[in-house]
Design a binder for this molecule. Sequence first.
Ligand code: 5RP
Length: 229
Amino acid sequence: MSWREDAKKRVALQAVKHVKDDFVVGLGSGSTAAYAIQELGRLIKQDGLQVMGVPSSSQAMMLAVNAGIQLTTLDEHPTLDLAIDGADEVDKALNMIKGGGGALTREKIVASAAKQVVIVADEKKLVPKLGSTFKVPVEVLGFALATVSAGIKELGGKPVLREGKGKVGAVVTDNGNYIVDVDFGPIDSPEELNLGLKFIPGVIETGLFMNIADIVYLGKQDGVIKLER
Ligand code: 5RP
C-alpha cells in the first residue's frame, strides 16, 4: 500500500473513533470515506457497535450495505450525530472543495444536517487557497447547462462538462443532473463565489463547502495532522 493510501486509512480510523453507540452517522463518499465505512462495519460486527448510517451517494450506500451498516434517511433522522467525509481541497480555515466523486449535493446536505463533521484526507489536500489544485465542481440542471455555463463565465470561471469514464457522454449524478468542473484559479473569496454561483438559475449546488467542517484529519507519511474549528 502506498503511503498516501495508508495515510487515508489511518485518518479514516481516527475519524471513526468519534462514533458512539446509537449515533446516526452521515456516510461520506470517495476512497477515504470508504475506509471509514469499512471500519464502521468492522466495529458493528466485532464490537457490537449500534449505529445507523445516512449515505451521501449510491457509492456510500452500496459500501454501507456490504459493511452491514443499517441505513436510514434524513426523513427519519433530519439531525445526524456525526458525518464523516473526504475532501478534494482544504484550507487552513477548514473550508473545502468537494465533489471530485460527483456527490457534492448530497454530501453538503448530509454534512449540514450533522451536529459534527469530521473530514478525512491526506495532507496533499491542504492548500493555501481553494482552487489552487482542484477545479470547483458545480451540479447543474441539464436543462440549464448552456445558461449556467454562460453565468459561470461571467463570474470569471471556465466550466467544462464532466464526461464519464467507462460511459460515453456526460456524467449524470445520483440526482439526475450534470456536473461542470470550473477553473477559477486560486479563489480569494470562496464565500462570495459560492453565493454568486448559487444565484445562477439552474445551479443545484456547488462544491465550495464553507463553515461545514469541524475537524479535519490530514494523513501524513509519518502521522496525522488535526485541524479544528
Ligand atoms: C466526492 C467527494 C470526495 O469526498 C472527494 O472527492 C475525496 O475523495 P477521495 O477520498 O477519493 O480523495 O467529494 O464527491
